[in-house]
Write a protein that binds this ligand. Sequence first.
Ligand code: IPE
Ligand code: IPE
Ligand code: MG
Length: 241
Amino acid sequence: MFNKNKKIMTDDRLDSVAIITDGNGRWAQKRGLPRSQGHIAGAKIIQSVLEKFREIGVHYVTLYVFSTENWKRPKEEIDTIMELAYTYLDQVVAKKIKEDNNFCVKFLGDLSVLSEKLRNKCIEIENMAKDKEFVCSIALNYGGRSEIVHAANQAIKDGYTELTEEIMSRYMYTNGTPDPDLVIRTGGNFRISNYLLWQSAYSEYVILDTLWPDFGEKEIYKAVEDFYSRKRRFGGLDKEE
Ligand code: IPE
Ligand code: IPE
Ligand code: MG
């Protein structure tokens, strides 16, 4: 069983976690509130979730904030999410990076179509600190398929005529970040929704019914415990098999 008071220091240790932060809209609807309130509630818990994973010994957390398919939503909802992202980066994240020398943020996705204001804020945040002990990656206008196509096109532009897995990995937005050991999806749906298609080839999946704004310590321990109960084989066999 996972011992929350003890950091696990083996090679099988949980180091990289990716989360599909789903369920904000349902959280709001259940309370008779507009969906925007669910997104606000969802943003509020991010910092404490990151700190909890950090306490457990995780060094990389990747959050799915907005997918390339989320542009299909009503303009009003998209505007709320983008405004919220700006305010959160400007007020919470910038302050955190200033105060915490071991924390940095990186963005995954095509930032070119975001508003200039938001894109500049993302670049500013990324430039504030790099390669720190704890890395939070934010997938914003991110899609796994478009990332793979983008990576291949970039490699071609750089003159490659033949690609390898290693070359492709270097051209991914996630270059430098270990593939997720664990992918958690809140909100109860058993699907990948175009998230980290390349990187999650051998990730363990944990799906929780809990809606993202309700995701807390209890759910984190449940997911981590579940992760440690799995036998990861990566296509091979265990020593004793
Ligand atoms: C996830 O919550 C956040 C984004 C996709 C931006 P949803 O807004 O998808 O919430 P549900 O799935 O409708 O409850
Ligand atoms: C996945 O949730 C994207 C994010 C959490 C940002 P969605 O709500 O967009 O996924 P689907 O539509 O249920 O597959
Ligand atoms: Mg959803």
